[in-house]
Design a binder for this molecule. Structure first.
Ligand code: ATP
Length: 319
């Protein structure tokens, strides 16, 4: 089964963010941001701390107002949806769950508020793997258990779209595997998932697509494959200096590597033609590897996917 193939007739409920801008004072924390999340896919919304992810998700769920642009779910603003919780399940802050209630009580409350059939709370409790902790107070839950419960509340209305802010936060590796299976099956049945993270490692096994932002602006959007496939060619030449001089004089962007090879921003056939024209003997020619997602993340935002800020790390050195 190719779970990334959409059934053409399902329609589904996309998320569309168009020209979204949000200012606090004079500073734009979301700056003309546009991206789309397609039904049947899990999109990772990635960026360093303070990049504007939570603000975007708050606008998408009408908790904050945009200064310009739109964030739409199924073509409508959240506040215009007739039955929002049955359309879009949201988890913005799992720590906000009442600590005095048990897990089951929390879900029963959501069940009643959304007028879901009796039994839905128990069903969701099992779905999120908290059946054994049903009667334990949320205050006694681990952070990871609260994340599961928060995802449970988001799933209560059997929505078409899931929006989760940092859902992998606090989950152990088994928790992350569980979340991946859950979101995968949600997307496979035509659902749309947008989940934010500042930890690339947490989401790289879970998502199909990435929307990478930094300082409120879109840096890159695409499938994992597109973002991790190197753009360019890695070449070796009998006389590296001759190759470098030719690239220089043709103004072709390139990086000389420590191992003597050169990464060139040209497709392989164009690189071959250039070498032929300049009578350069190539000793190797192949795709430049992307160096893993982490390197891609770093090269895109100039920030390592940790809690360190861009200013502390300095600018990107990988173009
Ligand atoms: N109500 C507010 N008033 C002023 N500034 C705000 C407000 N809310 C957020 N900001 C600022 O907007 C910027 C973006 O914040 P946001 O929380 O959207 O980023 P984020 O990508 O979600 O980061 P994190 O991963 O740390 O949550 C930050 O610099 C933040 O300090």
């Amino acid at each position: 089964m190719n779970h990334r193939t959409l059934k053409a007739d399902t329609g589904g409920t996309p998320i569309e963010v168009r020209g979204l801008t949000k200012r606090y004072g004079t500073r734009a924390v979301v700056d003309d941001l546009s991206f789309t999340c397609t039904p049947g896919t899990v999109t990772g919304f990635l960026g360093p701390n303070g990049a504007g992810k939570s603000t975007t998700l708050r606008i998408l769920t009408s908790l904050a107002a945009a200064d310009a642009g739109q964030a739409l779910v199924g073509g409508r603003r959240y506040s215009d949806l007739t039955d929002p919780a049955r359309t879009i399940g949201v988890m913005l802050d799992a720590t906000a769950l009442g600590r005095g209630r048990t897990g089951l009580e929390t879900l029963r409350l959501a069940e009643r508020t959304l007028r879901m059939p009796a039994g839905r709370a128990q069903e969701v409790l099992e779905l999120v793997g908290l059946a054994d902790a049903a009667r334990k107070r949320v205050g006694g839950y681990s952070y990871g258990m609260r994340q599961r419960l928060g995802i449970g509340v988001a799933l209560m209305g059997d929505p078409k779209v899931l929006v989760l802010d940092e859902p992998a936060n606090g989950l152990d590796p088994e928790g992350i595997r569980w979340m991946r299976r859950l979101l995968r099956s949600f997307a496979d049945s035509g659902g749309t998932v947008l989940l934010s993270s500042h930890q690339l490692r947490e989401v790289q096994a879970t998502v199909d697509r990435l929307v990478v932002i930094d300082q409120g602006r879109l840096v890159r959007e695409g499938t994992l494959e597109e973002l991790t496939t190197a753009r360019g060619t890695r070449v070796g030449a009998e006389h590296t200096q001759t190759l470098l001089a030719a690239l220089q004089s043709e103004s072709v962007p390139h990086t000389a590597r420590a191992d003597g090879l050169v990464d060139v921003e040209l497709a392989a056939d164009d690189m071959g033609r250039l070498a032929l024209r300049e009578q350069i003997v190539l000793t190797s020619l192949g795709p430049a590897d992307a160096g893993g997602l982490e390197e891609v993340f770093f090269s895109l935002t100039g920030t390592t996917p940790s809690d360190t800020t861009a200013a502390e790390r300095g600018p990107a050195t990988i173009a």
